[in-house]
Design a protein around this ligand. Structure first.
Ligand code: ADP
Length: 320
């Protein structure tokens, strides 16, 4: 566990997941409600590992918004940074499970409450009291949450908080691929830690190679750690002084949703009270092994939040 606060900023929503795969949305016989949203998953990942986490974002003042706030609370995540919008509804996603195992998303964002968080509503004291501030890029898509995102990030930076960025590309939400790339990169240089997936690396660099050269093309001078996650191939890490890779654990994968969020939550939890780890390759590798174990465990159960591990789950997998 950790004793210092990790604040995660952004969206929280409900995925409606069909009870069977390989049928269209209209043909689905029923849906299960799966709460998610990458920043919320990261906050819960931290709390489940025994860390101290808060979520900052906006929900609808409706049944789903209060359900989501309740899930954060039950999981030990502070809700001090949550706002409820009186007018707009909580964001929803309708998932299609394709026969090949891939997922397609249709979003209700019309606009949804998360997009309406304004800079004035931010709990800046909470953000400034954190040791780590984590965020994605979906909150950059529209105003006013784009301005809120930037204000929160800048307040955290000015207070000496470590900034952690997982762009978490959801291309269908953006007006165009050009705009997504431009906005995602517009906040690149302020981050201390950046995690991208192999798919995001290709998207952001425009190269079809997932190698050290393409990763290093995303490096910026003030970055402390760049991570490229590779699913069942583990991850690659890059710092100013060293780089290398950590293999994945072999597990019985049923649903990869939330693996990246679990990985990030575990990493942040392990470094929040000891940022010197970022400069020590042996210790960093050990932390990334733990993060890979957490990511792997998250793929062994359906959904993201129910599949996030405890510290002892992760240690059992590591010990074998
Ligand atoms: P993202 O969700 O951001 O695309 P990944 O799918 O690469 O991220 O998952 C993050 C980490 O979780 C990986 O680096 C890996 O360690 C672990 N992981 C993901 N998928 C699997 C899998 N199928 N088997 C084992 N580990 C996995």
């Amino acid at each position: 566990g950790s004793s210092s606060l990790i604040v995660s900023f952004g969206e929280m929503l409900i995925d409606f997941v069909p009870t069977v795969s390989g049928v269209s949305l209209a043909e689905a016989p029923g849906f299960l409600k799966a709460p998610g949203g990458a920043p919320a998953n990261v906050a819960i990942a931290v709390a489940r590992l025994g860390g101290k986490a808060a979520f900052v974002g906006k929900l609808g003042d409706d049944e789903f918004g209060h359900m989501l706030a309740g899930i954060l609370k039950e999981n030990g995540v502070s809700g001090e940074g949550i706002n409820f919008d009186k007018g707009a509804r909580t964001a929803l996603a309708f998932v299609t499970l394709r026969a090949d195992g891939e997922r397609e998303f249709m979003f209700y964002r019309n606009p949804s409450a998360d997009m309406l968080l304004s800079p004035e509503e931010l709990n800046l004291d909470l953000i400034r009291s954190a040791k780590v501030f984590h965020y994605g890029s979906i909150s950059l898509i529209v105003e006013p949450c784009r301005s809120a995102h930037i204000k929160a990030m800048e307040a955290a930076k000015a207070a000496g908080v470590l900034l952690s960025y997982d762009p978490n590309l959801r291309l269908p939400l953006w007006p165009s691929a050009e705009e997504a790339r431009k906005q995602i990169l517009s906040i690149w240089d302020i981050a201390d830690i950046i995690k991208v997936s192999d798919v995001e690396l290709e998207f952001l660099t425009g190269s079809n190679k997932i190698d050290d050269e393409s990763a290093m093309s995303l490096w910026h001078p003030n970055l402390k750690l760049l991570l490229v996650t590779l699913g069942e191939k583990g991850c690659n890490y890059y710092t100013k002084n060293f780089h290398g890779s950590v293999p994945a654990f072999h597990v019985n994968t049923v649903d990869t949703t939330g693996a990246g969020d679990s990985f990030v939550g575990a990493l942040l939890c392990k470094i929040v009270d000891n940022q010197a780890i970022l400069e020590d390759e042996a210790r960093l590798k050990e932390v990334l092994r733990f993060a890979c174990a957490c990511g792997a465990i998250t793929t062994t159960k359906k959904g993201a939040i129910p599949a996030l591990p405890t510290e002892s789950d992760a240690l059992s997998l590591i010990k074998g």
